[in-house]
Structure formats: C-alpha cells, structure tokens
Design a protein around this ligand. Structure first.
Ligand SMILES: Cc1cc2nc3c(=O)[nH]c(=O)nc-3n(C[C@H](O)[C@H](O)[C@H](O)COP(=O)(O)O)c2cc1C
Ligand SMILES: CCCCC(=O)C(=O)O
Length: 406
C-alpha cells in the first residue's frame, strides 16, 4: 500500500471521534473533492436531518445486567461478521488517497466486515479482489446503464471477482442537484479513471444479443477517461454523465432480469417507504437497505432513521434483512438503529475521511473507533447482543409518553 500522506500534522490533534476525522479531511482535500464528498442535495435539509434525527432519539438504559461479555458478532446475508457495520459504496475513492478502494477493502477485510464497492470506483472489481488476496467479504453496488450489455458485463465481472452480493441502488435514476459540484464544475481529476469501464484485458464472453455492446462500453469508457469532461448541460460533469448513460427507465420488474442473469443475492439500496419495501419483497430480494443516499439525491426526504421502523414493520415475518445508512457517526447511533430493527448499519463519508487521514490505516482507525463506541454504548445501556437489542431501549419522538406496563 502506498502511504504517501502522513498522520495528523503537529497542528492537527489526534482524532477522538468521527467529527475530528471529518475536520482533518476537510482541510486536506481540494475544494472540488471536498465539495463532492461532503455535499447533500439542494438546501441540505435532509443532510442535517440525517444527524439531528439521531440526536432526537433517547436511550432508556437498563442496569445491573452482566455486560462483561457482550456479543458484537452477527451475520449478514449468512456471512459471519465481527460487528453489524458495512461500508457503504462511495464513488471515486482514490480522490481521497492513493490507497483508494483497496485501502477500504483491506481495512474491512481485517476488521471482518463487508465492504461495498461502487460501480463508479477508481479501482476495478478485479483489482480490488486481487489486492485483498481474494479474501474478505465484498458486495458490488450496481448502477444500471441504458445499454443492458454494460450492466450484464459489470455483474459478470463482479461475480468472477468473488463479490458476494449485488447492491442495486434504486434512488439514482439521475443525479441529485448538488450546489458545490455545479459551482466547482466537478469532474474526476486527471490521472484517475472509472476503472470498471476500462477495456477488459481478456475478450469478454457476453450473451447480450441485440445490444451494440462494444460501442456502448467504449462510449462509457471514453467518457470516464476524459474525467467525465462533458459539462454541456451546465451542471457537474458527473451529472451529465449519469443523464447520458444511466438507465432512468428501470422499474421493479427489471429485478427479474437481474435475477435471470445472476444467482447473487440482491440487496435493494435506497428504500425509504413501506410501499417500496413490499415491492422489493415481491421481487424476492435478500435485503433492503434503507438509505437516502447520504441526502445527496432528493432533498426534503425524512432522515433514514425516522423511516426505518416502517420498513422493518413492512418486512416483519420475512427473512429479508434490513440495513440502514445515513448519518451514522456514533456507536450510540448504531445501537439506536439496531433497536429499531436493523440487522446492520452502514456509513459512507466516515470511510472517506479515514482514507483521507491516513489511507488504509485511517480507515482501520475509523472502523475500530466505531467498534469501541458500539461496545461502550452496549455496556452502558445493558444491551448484551447486537442481534437482540430491544425496541424499548430507545424512545422515539413519536412514541407515546411512558405509561406503566408493570
Ligand atoms: C461521496 C459519495 C459518493 C457516493 N457514491 C455512491 C455510489 O457510487 N453508489 C451508491 O449507491 N451510493 C453512493 N453514495 C451514497 C452512500 O452509499 C451512502 O448511502 C451514504 O454515504 C450514507 O450516508 P453517510 O455518508 O452519512 O454515511 C455516495 C455517497 C457519498 C458521500
Ligand atoms: C452517479 C452517481 C455518482 C456517485 C454517487 O452515487 C454520488 O455521488 O452520490
């Protein structure tokens, strides 16, 4: 691993929480990259809400419970994990540090938790797996392209590289409006590429008749190589890129097609309502990932933690797992989500801050900090097992005032 940037400089004190990592990262990143990583959509109402909603939830600790040995381990999609945390897919991680996606993947592998690789990664599925020695649990986040041959190709390469699930992001038919990216005319810095669109080394054997695959892939590849340099619609280059290539005609029914080309479990990321949770269930998905995309798509939606319970209720009695991301910054946040029925939580930006801070090592520090904080929160609240955190460990703002049931 390259370690081109050092730890905190003298004037930066050692980070003791994720906010510290964020502050340090903010100072080190270029204006454009910082703007891209940190932004929410529009007025960032939902971005603030993702945090504030966690702060509104109160804990109801129980005491004189033996918390000497608490259980942090659980399983995700049948795989044992050391704690209920997943790293969310975030695009273009080499902008943070040369370790990029490989750094995140190795940190996750060492911690024993899943990493989700973005379709728009700056390291390919094949290279990430190879750099991890084929070890570790990785999911592939899928964006679908107008040309289904491209999507097919991505899925097959993720399968071949040993990725264990497809995380289909449903909240991005096109890109949300992010002021900083427009102001900064954001595009991928020179020298980096969207590596999953580099021409495959070997001739691929595709079964996607009827699509002019090589032309389409070539177009995506060229656009990626040029740093998505098309600003023609006067928005960010990323926005122009998605408008041009992403399949905005995708429907719930398209999951049938996905299932026809792969046996990998499908996780639907971006669900915010009970209605969509039920449609996902009807398509036979393995998991539903409650997310508002880090508040980067539609501004004005609820905080994810505020809709978690309706999704959990809609899926009760099924074996579909529910995950949540959006604003997870503390061990107590994880505990609150578990109490509301999430099997696991995820975060995106904190991994980028860790990466910016000190590459793979920085990500490891961030993950360890979350593990320690979760463990502490459980001990102080009398929760002994991440798989059975009781609902009454918390009070939601919408809960009725306490009435004695004793
Ligand atoms: C810089 C950045 C890039 C992202 N890229 C992707 C992506 O490529 N695919 C995706 O499904 N979600 C993407 N997301 C959303 C994250 O997966 C996740 O939902 C979000 O970051 C969670 O919120 P948090 O950052 O508050 O933890 C991105 C988020 C950020 C901040
Ligand atoms: C087209 C999506 C780009 C990556 C992404 O999901 C994000 O910036 O939020």
């Amino acid at each position: 691993m390259s370690m081109s940037r050092s730890k905190a400089s003298a004037e930066e004190s050692v980070p003791v929480n994720l906010d510290d990592f964020e502050r340090i990262a903010d100072k080190r990143l270029t204006k454009a990259v910082h703007g891209y990583y940190s932004s929410g959509a529009n007025d960032e109402v939902s971005l603030r809400e993702n945090r504030v909603a966690f702060e509104r939830i109160r804990l109801r600790p129980r005491f004189l419970i033996d918390v000497d040995n608490i259980q942090l381990q659980t399983s995700i999609l049948g795989y044992n994990v050391s704690m209920p945390l997943i790293v969310s897919p975030t695009a273009m991680q080499k902008m943070a540090h040369p370790d990029g996606e490989t750094g995140v993947a190795i940190a996750c592998k060492e911690m024993g938790i899943p990493m989700t690789l973005s379709t728009l990664a700056t390291t390919s599925v094949t290279d990430v797996s190879a750099n991890c020695g084929g070890e570790g649990l990785r999911f592939f986040q899928l964006y679908t392209f107008r040309d289904r041959g491209i999507t097919y190709d991505l899925v097959k390469r993720a399968e071949a590289a040993g990725f264990k699930a497809l995380v289909l992001t449903v909240d991005t038919p096109t890109l949300g409006r992010r002021n900083a990216d427009i102001r900064n005319q954001f595009s991928l810095p020179t020298g980096l590429s969207l590596a999953n669109f580099e021409a495959p080394k070997a001739k691929s054997t595709l079964g996607s008749e009827g699509t002019n695959l090589s032309d389409a892939r070539e177009a995506v590849r060229i656009a990626a190589k040029q740093g998505m340099a098309d600003h023609s619609d006067s928005r960010s280059a990323l926005s122009a890129y998605t408008t041009k290539f992403f399949d905005a005609s995708l429907t719930w029914d398209s999951i049938k097609w996905l299932k026809s080309i792969t046996n990998l479990p499908i996780v639907v990321k971006g669900v915010m309502t009970a209605e969509d949770a039920i449609l996902a269930k009807e398509q036979g998905v393995a998991a539903v990932w409650v997310s508002n995309h880090g508040a980067r798509q539609l501004d004005g939606v609820d905080a994810t933690i505020d809709v978690l319970e309706e999704v959990v209720d809609a899926l009760r009695g099924t074996s579909i797992e529910v995950y949540l991301d959006g604003g997870i910054r503390r061990g107590t946040d994880i505990l609150k989500a578990l109490a509301l029925g999430a099997r696991a939580v995820a975060f995106g930006r904190p991994a980028l801050w860790g990466l910016t801070y000190n590459g793979k090592e920085g990500v490891s520090q961030v993950l360890q900090m979350m593990k320690d904080e979760l463990s502490l929160a459980m001990k102080l609240s009398g929760a002994t097992n991440v798989s059975s955190v009781p609902r009454d460990l918390i009070r939601m703002p919408y809960d009725a005032p306490y009435k004695s049931k004793l």
